[in-house]
Design a protein around this ligand. Structure first.
Ligand code: UD2
Ligand code: MN
Length: 591
């Protein structure tokens, strides 16, 4: 009895012990297993750690982790604010300020008078996914230089950019803010700025170009002068959102060859209302069409599937240009931007192709959001830089980029879409080609197959042009013209002027008649400028060299000009009617 009592007592104790120990052991095993799994998942998802062993030893790496409560860098004690534009709301000026407001819009492309009435520290709408509030990030993310280049920007907008960065970044990560003045010549801006930044006690530095360099070279200069490990570029009219910086830095901390891009929200150029560009459920990424116009496309399934959580970064073929983070030395190893690119445009593609083809990657970060004022129009001209290079400067930039990074097949797509570009002088690209060789960069086809595979879904391979140039009416001597309208619009006829953007027409081998990125279509109401159907390159047109007819094969009618009203429509084909005869006249740059 006793024995059994003792034994049963012992058994009881053992059972009790086991009851306590086993779950503990289980928890322990699971905890380390869980950790391993998180790390493995992270590494497989993002292609494995690329940093060297030495770096690993020197600095133990952590990965972002989803936690139950608020993430470690989430703001905790945000006080509600009231006042004009607070919480990202639009601010309407009183009617008596209409004149000043209009004048500032004319001058800056945005309503600076409205901005002037909004606090430098205003709060914005938190546009992030709920999940974003629950990530812990490594504490020792790299010290960062924020670089803001500007040319004649409005003072309050520029400084609100600066304040938002200071107000919403962890202190120990913000190494410096560098304002690079690209030769602004607005009165007062210089002295006002110098005085204003004194309050930041050295955290905000101003450097100035001694002549106008354009935003591309100015950014490269900023990168050279910065001393942080990572650089973040922002336009001079931004407001960063809550906890924007750690999620942007974490992927770079894991792998110095990742460039990261925040999701850009819109700030209204009239009211300064802060609002997301897209709904929060769908993610978009940067692609391009063959005329090198920047486009955004919903993230394909193939990429979505690489991630476990909807708020994690995803890979993108390219980016809009203005806002991104990159390891400074890595940016310089890539040669910064091609110094032959002038002023504005194409630099986003140059950097993107270079990064992907030469072994790096680009990730868009849903938990990092930054508002940007999309202006009504470009308020500055290209200055002396434009007159040095004759011809459309942006197209010349594109040509440099595609001649460096595309293969022959894809170069043809660009020249098919922009036939005049073939005749533009792009300058010397031998250094760019040498860099590509030295860095042992992969082919453009590799990039298209593995990264930018959604481009051809939206913008398929382009059939060659059978004819291009201005489309002259034989009877009237005028040319088909989109009149600078946006689709849907009626096409018109106007004085032939050597194929500016509105008159340069292309007929491809699949029957598509195009003007720029738009298509020419026809119905009962007439000949129309329309948005080309995404994913298609064909159309209903054919041209007969003998009759000079432009035949609409579906309606079986010909493009005709009304002799008196000059309106365009489809008519019963008639070989004797001069008003149905058209001539394609190839053009050449006339500068
Ligand atoms: C977009 C990009 C912009 C840039 C450009 C293409 C975003 C949100 N914006 O146009 O960053 O990549 O495409 O090149 O992705 N600036 C100068 N010198 C100049 C002209 C401009 O310093 O000669 C400054 C300007 O003050 C601004 C920045 O460069 O801070 C970008 O110019 P933008 O805002 O006119 O370009 P944006 O947003 O239309
Ligand atoms: Mn901008």
């Amino acid at each position: 009895m006793r024995v059994s009592n003792i034994r049963s007592g012992r058994i009881c104790r053992m059972a009790l012990c086991l009851l306590v120990i086993l779950p503990l052991l289980y928890l322990l095993a699971n905890w380390s297993d869980h950790h391993k799994r998180v790390q493995e998942a992270y590494h497989t998802r993002f292609g494995g750690p690329k940093f060297s062993h030495q770096r690993l030893e020197n600095r133990p790496r952590e990965v972002p982790t989803l936690v139950e409560g608020l993430g470690n860098f989430e703001p905790r004690d945000l006080k509600p604010r009231t006042g004009p534009g607070e919480n990202g709301e639009g601010h309407i000026l009183s009617p008596d300020k209409k004149n000043v407001a209009d004048a500032s819009e004319m001058e800056y492309g945005m309503n600076i008078a409205c901005s002037d009435e909004i606090s430098m520290h205003r709060s914005v709408r938190d546009t992030r996914l709920e999940e974003c509030k629950h990530w812990d990030y490594p504490y020792d993310l790299p010290p960062t230089s924020v670089i803001i280049v500007f040319h004649n920007e409005g003072f309050s907008v520029l400084m609100r950019t600066v304040h938002s960065v200071i107000d919403r970044s962890p202190k120990h990560m913000l190494h410096e803010i560098i304002l690079v003045d690209d030769f602004s010549d607005k009165e007062n801006l210089r002295s006002k700025l110098d005085e204003y930044v004194l309050q930041f006690k050295g955290l905000v530095k101003i450097i100035r170009n001694t002549e106008r360099e354009g935003l591309i070279r100015t950014r490269s200069r900023g990168a050279m002068e910065a001393t942080g490990e990572v650089i973040v570029f922002l336009d001079a009219h931004c407001e960063v959102n809550l906890n924007w910086l750690p999620p942007l830095l974490a992927p770079i901390y894991r792998d110095r060859t990742v460039m990261t891009v925040p999701i850009i929200d819109g700030i209204d150029h009239k009211t300064f209302e802060y609002r997301p560009v897209y709904g929060s459920d769908n993610h978009f990424r940067g692609i391009f069409e063959w005329g090198m116009l920047y486009k955004e496309n919903e993230v394909p399934r193939r990429e979505q599937r690489r991630r476990a959580h909807n708020s994690e970064p995803y890979r993108s073929p390219t980016h809009a240009g203005g806002l991104f983070a990159i390891n400074r030395e890595y940016f310089l190893e890539l040669g910064a931007y091609d110094p032959g690119l002038l002023v504005w445009g194409g630099e986003n593609f140059e950097l993107s192709f270079k990064i992907w083809q030469c072994g790096g990657s680009i990730e868009w970060v849903p938990c990092s959001r930054v508002g940007h004022v999309y202006r009504g129009f470009m308020p500055y001209n290209f200055g002396k830089l434009a007159s040095k290079k004759k011809g459309p400067l942006i197209t010349i930039n594109y040509k440099r980029v595609i001649e460096t990074w595309f293969d022959d097949t894809h170069k043809e797509f660009f020249y098919t879409r922009e036939p005049l570009a073939r005749y533009l002088d792009m300058g010397d690209i031998s250094e760019q080609l040498a860099l590509k060789k030295r860095l042992n960069c992969k082919s453009f086809q590799w990039f298209m197959d593995n990264i930018a595979y959604d481009v051809v879904d939206k913008f398929p391979a382009l059939p060659a042009n059978l004819h291009w140039g201005e489309l002259r009416s034989v009877a009237s001597d005028g040319c088909l013209d989109s009149m600078g309208h946006q689709p849907p619009a009626i096409m018109g006829l106007s004085y032939c002027h050597g194929g500016g953007n509105n008159q340069l027409v292309r007929l491809n081998a699949a029957g598509q008649l195009g003007v720029g990125e738009r298509c020419v279509e026809a119905d009962r109401q007439g000949i129309k400028l329309a948005v080309c159907r995404l994913g298609t390159v064909d159309g209903p047109w054919s041209y007969n060299e003998q009759t000079k007819h432009l035949l609409h094969r579906v309606h079986k009618k010909c493009m005709a000009l009304h002799p008196t009203t000059q309106q365009l429509s489809l008519g019963q084909c008639d070989v004797n009617d001069g008003y149905q005869k058209w001539l394609f006249k190839e053009i050449r740059p006339h500068w």
